[in-house]
Design a protein. Structure first.
Length: 237
């Protein structure tokens, strides 16, 4: 199977984050370089502590941070090397759920889900509303969709963030700490939504999960789990 996501000899200890905001991170205590390939239709989890560099992976895939050496390719493209307009266009091909949830607090959950479709597509308003209605129903958010994030609980906010990440029905989905604070049942449901169902090769979508740990119930639902220690893959976790 072709690799949809490739990290090639990336020195995580030398990454200088360009992104601002979000949770604070400890310095990466890295030795050597990080390499990993995620094949099409696979679900792969990379776990590690705060100093391992695991929190850098999502930003590198999305081109939010740059590598001083090595390569990061998503769908065959190094997003960080594109100009800003091309980066924005290419990111619509990817689904990204950042650590926390990244929801805009002044918008309802429904409006947060609608946002990328409204500003990142040429869909007609009627088609956008139809797509959002489907996502809201799939994520079981109908009852709270018109509430702002502060008026909802952690699981509802995470569901909305997942809906926003899947708005364009991407082939590749990046999930940062997606299950923190959730019950195993809720985490399992969100993982299946991210995978997008089953095809003969595996999940319909390719998924990379990053975080400090993976709920026990989900370990049999991923194709591979690796542990990142000091900036490089140690052994299967």
């Amino acid at each position: 199977m072709n690799a949809l996501l490739v990290f090639e000899d990336v020195p995580l200890g030398r990454i200088r984050r360009a992104t601002i905001g979000g949770p604070a991170h400890l310095p990466v205590e890295a030795e050597g370089a990080f390499s990993l390939e995620v094949a099409a239709h696979q679900t792969v989890a990379v776990v590690g502590d705060e100093t391992s560099g695991v929190n850098l992976l999502g930003g590198l895939v999305m081109g939010l941070d740059r590598v001083p050496e090595g390569h990061v390719r998503a769908l065959g493209t190094e997003i960080a090397t594109l100009d800003r307009r091309a980066q924005l266009a290419f990111r619509r091909k990817l689904g990204y759920l950042p650590a926390g949830d990244g929801l805009l607090q002044n918008l309802s959950l429904r409006d947060n889900i609608r946002l990328p479709l409204r500003f990142g597509s040429d869909f007609r308003p009627r088609d956008i509303e139809g797509r959002v209605d489907v996502i809201v129903a799939q994520l079981r958010l109908t009852r709270v969709a018109d509430r702002r994030p502060a008026q909802t609980n952690a699981e509802e906010r995470r569901r909305a963030a997942m809906g926003r990440a899947l708005a364009f029905d991407p082939d590749l989905v990046i999930l940062e700490e997606p299950f923190d604070g959730l019950t195993e049942r809720a985490a399992a449901e969100l993982l299946e939504l991210a995978r997008g169902g089953e095809v003969s090769e595996g999940g319909r979508r390719t998924v990379l999960i990053t975080g400090q740990d993976l709920p026990a119930l989900l370990r049999r639902r991923v194709d591979r789990q690796v542990r990142l220690r000091r900036g490089r893959v140690e052994v299967p976790a």
